[in-house]
Design a protein around this ligand. Structure first.
Ligand code: NAX
Length: 328
């Protein structure tokens, strides 16, 4: 029988954790034939609730679930980890300045990056979900000099899926007909969902829509502000859709993108498309055999260039701010 894959989830007692863990344990993260062993990391106040979730996981009698460990010790949680989903983060509270937010999260992601560096398995893959996801991923990556930088990624798959859904609704197409959509930049309100290279049933999406005003005034803001709209409607932030996107991100990374399509991932820039090397920015990527590559050679028009540059500028400012705080 196959050795289980060790999957570490931080913030396991939170609402995304609750929507995520059952899907991991059921085989949707890695595949229906891959046994998993879960490590749940929480802060001390979250341990009891995490134990309750673990009881429910037991009660599912998932055939693929080979073990659950619960801890508030990052070194133990990441020991032997093959996949790490960093969900727990410090949310922005009223009156909190950006600097306070970045430094509070630095206090979480720097030690977690170091624990990954010192204790994770050689093939570790990290997805950061906790916001500000791109910069938290950068902080963790910088604290893990022995791990190849490309193993640290940030989640923009929820934005990607939201954009596909909005485009399908506008055009009447099925979501499965939409390919090659791209989220560029930061997982924030500055993100840029790009349909200029996207296809709807094989035809160029921007030409099919043929409505730049809808693009600028409706599509882009709807996708970028969807998180706020969910909070407004549900009285709580996106949880099941965020967990779904985390499943999609890792599943695609491990199992590959379909021929003729790509996905969006926040990854350390290699300088492609004028994005400064090192910052963790969202790109169009293809994946194969557990590795990803940036899709090269796309023609970026002025409409896209301005929006990519604005989001990348925000990312470089966040990087400079955490550097000043001594987090890099
Ligand atoms: P919750 O507040 O429900 O849960 C967070 C959990 O993390 C809590 O149980 C808390 O005890 C735990 N935690 C805090 N610090 C920790 C630490 N140092 N180690 C381990 N656990 C720790 O938040 P939830 O709704 O689950 O959201 C989690 C994060 O995802 C937030 O930062 C949120 O902003 C972010 N999101 C990111 C998205 C993305 O697309 N990248 C979308 C959804 C979501 O907003």
């Amino acid at each position: 029988t196959r050795t289980p894959v060790n999957v570490t989830v931080t913030g396991a007692a939170g609402q995304i954790g609750y929507a995520l863990l059952f899907r991991i344990a059921s085989g949707q993260l890695l595949g229906a034939d891959v046994p998993v062993s879960l490590r749940l990391l929480e802060i001390p106040q979250g341990l009891k609730a995490a134990e309750g979730t673990a009881m429910e996981l037991d009660d599912c009698a998932f055939p693929l679930l080979r073990g659950i460990e619960i801890t508030d010790d990052a070194n133990a949680a990441f020991s032997g980890a093959n996949v790490a989903l960093l969900v727990g983060a410090r949310p922005r509270t009223k009156g909190m300045e950006r600097g306070d937010l970045l430094s509070a999260n630095g206090g979480i992601f720097k030690p977690q990056g170091k624990a990954i560096n010192d204790h994770a398995a050689d093939d570790i893959k990290v997805l950061v979900v906790g916001n500000p996801a791109n910069t938290n991923a950068l902080i963790a990556q910088a604290a893990a000099p022995d791990v190849p930088a490309e193993r640290f990624t940030a989640m923009t798959r929820l934005d990607h899926n939201r954009a596909i859904s909005q485009l399908a609704a506008k055009t009447g197409a099925a979501v499965t007909d939409i390919k090659r959509l791209t989220i560029w930049g930061n997982h924030s309100a500055t993100q840029y969902p790009d349909i200029f290279h996207a296809e709807i049933a094989g035809k160029n999406a921007a030409e099919t829509v043929n409505d730049e005003q809808w693009l600028a005034d409706t599509f882009i803001p709807t996708v970028a502000k969807r998180g706020a709209a969910i909070i407004e409607a549900r009285g709580a932030s996106s949880a099941a859709s965020a967990a779904n996107a985390a499943i999609d991100h890792v599943h695609t990374w491990v199992n590959g993108t379909p021929a003729g399509d790509w996905t969006s991932m926040g990854i350390p820039s290699d300088g492609s498309y004028g994005v400064p090397e090192g910052i963790i920015s969202s790109f169009p990527v293809t994946t194969k055999d557990g590795r990803y590559e940036i899709v090269q050679g796309l023609d970026i028009n002025d409409f896209s260039r301005a929006r990519i540059d604005a989001s990348v500028k925000e990312l470089t400012e966040e990087r400079d701010a955490v550097r000043e705080l001594g987090l890099l």
